[in-house]
Write a protein that binds this ligand. Structure first.
Ligand code: ADP
Ligand code: MG
Length: 706
């Protein structure tokens, strides 16, 4: 669907910048209501587009209406009155229309009696618009839009705007008409003409007029499918500006683009593989080669590795680190949580000495003297793989010779954190890893400034996770399974959406769950609790005990979401899965079944959750591919929880649009690229408008690096 509000446009013409209350019919109350929709100026009003159109040009004969048809009809009132529905006793209001060819019933379930009788007493004819449904073989329209008229009177292709509380559609339409008449000609099209020509797109003024007031011969279906060239133009603009700014940032980051190429260590891949306890998968080898090529190229690497949970991204990072360290550089590896940082530290510490790693751990848990020691060690180059949390970006951290930055689970960080870390080095190579895979077209926008590698297959021996949606009331069955699995020596994680109970909320919380399960299972099994409010030390201790198998049942919040690996955990019970995003649920369940045995994930579904939420759970249960899940998630929710999108400049985009119009997106990217090839800094006079418009959307700050 087209978003109602597009970007607004560049020229500070007074007429366009005028507040909407300068329009007739818009007083301060209505202006306030519109403001809540983000409409303050006339210009913004012009970019508030209809989301559908009603075709009132042709009056359909009542004998010709069909099921599902959006029909504009006229008829005389044959009968009218309240009826009582049995057995509920609910009252409805019904009017029978007759136009001489047939009959149609109008039905209201909610109505004001007085208003209804007024309608009926007024005239003998009604013009009606609505969707026709057949009920007991008779045509009817429920809650129709009605006008009292004596003779049939056709209208136009009427724009319908999404509801603004406190402003009726008539008032809104009237205000927009005034805005079009008074101000539309002040609008300047910021997109260069050659681009519009190439894309076969109409100019902005024409486009805005046509969206608000379709021509009499316009195709209603095209309009309602939002598929006219005018809709396409608006859509194109949204894509274009985002692509342009993302590409500009990409080029700015590349800077002069020259760094000393790293040398490939002799026998690189062979030596690296020999140091590992397992052979690499083909995908891992492929991505490691891409990374090695980047680092030898003489340009700073900027690469994203996308791969589902458990596909083995860490060793790929280690391979990059091996290359950097062999060339005498330090590596900074930043992870979103202490648990994860620690896990990486253990991984690097356990690699055999011939790889030459000297890892060190820096997290917020480190205090005083210990911390100072680590700082010194980093500054003097006495360590070379510096693993940590956000603590790495602190000012006190000064690297001896930082050459490679690895960011794990990058969706947890903002662009800002990435660039703060990058500022600690001179054009470092950057490798980011994410387990929130996204479709390729989307990756092109969100990560247009990165090269993307994908690890699609999981290491052999990965058993996968079976996911089942279990209704709340079948609790007993769930805990029978849990008990049985624990008796077989397996470990279980129970996820709750919140730590503590809130008054008036019946959400299951971790504290109560923990108490309940402890009463149930202790001392037969050890039950523990982990959540975000524990100190980092406490969290680590619990996770360590869980990993080591000293805890059988772990009650947790989403702190266990990212990256953490406990081989004995096979069952996950997720309470209130409807409270989580699909991608997040997928990550969560990725915590189990990473060892010998297949994982089992039970999604506990409360009664009465919305249909869409159920649909999402079904998707999860039937699909184990992170790429597909994220695509579905985006299609369902439009925005997904792809954290990081906002900072990447595409926060304005509706992700459904990105997924549904991949070709337009590609085309927008191509022309944006071409524009920048011709004029990398937008310094040519003919691109002045483009530049000013970009600044207006993204702010001077955002374009500072240009
Ligand atoms: P993620 O991609 O989620 O970060 P990890 O890097 O944590 O995944 O790897 C998951 C598990 O798979 C780890 O225990 C790791 O040692 C193991 N692993 C990684 N690559 C391979 C491989 N090629 N063969 C066997 N096991 C592997
Ligand atoms: Mg990982």
């Amino acid at each position: 669907m087209l978003k109602e509000k597009a970007f607004s446009y560049p020229i500070n013409d007074e007429r366009l910048a005028a507040p909407i209350h300068s329009l007739k019919g818009i007083g301060s109350k209505r202006a306030e209501a519109l403001e809540r929709k983000g409409i303050r100026t006339i210009e913004e009003l012009l970019f508030f587009f209809p989301f559908r159109y009603e075709d009132r040009r042709k009056i359909v004969k009542l004998s010709e209406v069909s099921e599902g048809m959006e029909a504009f009809v006229w008829g005389r009132i044959a009968s009218a009155g309240e009826e009582c529905l049995l057995p509920s006793g609910k009252r409805i209001f019904k009017i029978e229309l007759d136009d001489g060819t047939g009959r149609l019933a109008l039905v209201w379930f909610h109505y004001q009696k007085a208003h209804m009788w007024q309608l009926v007493s007024h005239g003998k004819g009604l013009c009606v618009f609505g969707k026709v449904r057949f009920f007991k073989r008779r045509a009817q329209i429920v809650h129709p839009d009605v006008q009292v008229v004596d003779t049939p009177r056709p209208g136009g292709l009427e724009p319908i705007y999404s509801e603004v509380k406190g402003v009726s559609s008539r008032v809104l339409r009237n205000a927009i008409t005034q805005a079009l008449d008074k101000c539309l000609d002040a609008l300047v099209d910021p997109i260069p003409a050659w681009i519009l020509e190439r894309m076969h797109l109409p100019g902005l003024v024409k486009c805005i007029r046509a969206l608000h007031t379709p021509s009499p011969d316009a195709d209603a279906d095209d309009y309602n499918a939002l598929a006219t060239p005018f809709h396409q133009r608006v859509r194109f603009d949204r894509f274009f500006w985002v692509m342009l700014v993302v590409l500009l940032r990409k080029y700015a980051r590349q800077g002069p683009g020259k760094v000393r190429p790293l040398a490939l260590p002799r026998d690189f891949l062979h030596r690296f593989t020999r140091a590992l306890p397992f052979p690499l998968t083909d995908d891992q080898v492929h991505v490691i080669r891409e990374i090695a090529d980047d680092m030898q190229s003489g340009r700073p690497m900027n690469r994203l590795v996308q791969g589902d949970v458990g596909c083995g991204k860490t060793v790929v990072g280690a391979a990059a680190a091996f290359m950097a360290v062999s060339n005498g550089f330090q590596v900074a590896l930043m992870a979103p949580t202490q648990i994860l940082a620690r896990q990486h530290f253990v991984f690097f510490s356990n690699l055999p000495p011939q790889l030459g790693f000297r890892p060190i751990l820096l997290t917020g848990a480190l205090k005083g003297n210990e911390r100072a020691k680590v700082y010194n060690c980093i500054r003097h180059g006495d360590c070379d793989v510096i693993i940590g949390t956000q603590a790495l970006i602190q000012e006190e951290v000064i690297f001896h010779r930082l050459g490679l930055i690895i960011i794990d689970e990058q969706h947890r960080f903002g662009v800002r954190q990435r660039s703060l870390l990058a500022q600690k080095a001179n054009h470092p190579h950057v490798l980011v890893m994410t387990a929130t895979p996204i479709p390729r077209t989307l990756a092109m926008v969100v990560y247009a400034d990165l090269d993307v590698s994908v690890i699609r297959t999981r290491p052999p021996g990965y058993k996968g996770v079976i996911t089942e949606v279990v209704p709340d009331r079948e609790k007993r069955r769930i805990y029978d399974i849990v008990t049985k699995r624990m008796e077989q020596g397996e470990q279980v994680v129970v996820i709750c959406p919140v730590i503590e109970g809130q008054e008036g909320s019946d959400l299951k919380n971790a504290l109560d769950m923990f108490e309940g399960l402890r009463r149930l299972y202790s001392p037969r099994f050890t039950v523990a609790l982990i959540h975000g409010e524990l100190s980092p030390g406490e969290k680590d201790a619990v996770m360590e005990a869980f990993r080591a198998g000293r805890i059988q049942l772990l009650v947790a919040t989403t702190v266990v979401e990212v990256g953490v690996h406990a081989p004995g955990a096979t069952v996950m019970v997720i309470e209130h899965p409807e409270r989580f995003g699909l991608a997040q649920l997928h990550q969560l369940r990725g915590r189990v079944g990473r060892g010998e045995r297949e994982g089992l994930c039970l999604l506990v579904k409360p009664a009465g959750i919305p249909e869409q939420a159920e649909e999402r759970l079904r998707i999860l249960a039937s699909c184990d591919d992170g790429f597909e899940i994220s695509e579905q998630d985006l299609l369902l929710r439009g925005q997904g929880e792809l954290v990081g999108i906002r900072q990447s400049g595409v926060g304005e985009l509706d992700m459904r649009e990105v997924i549904n119009y991949p070709n337009l997106l590609m085309a927008a990217r191509e022309v944006a690229e071409q524009l920048l090839q011709d004029d990398p800094h937008l310094s040519k006079p003919e691109h002045d408008l483009v530049k000013r418009h970009l600044m207006r959307i993204y702010g001077k700050q955002a374009l500072h690096e240009l």
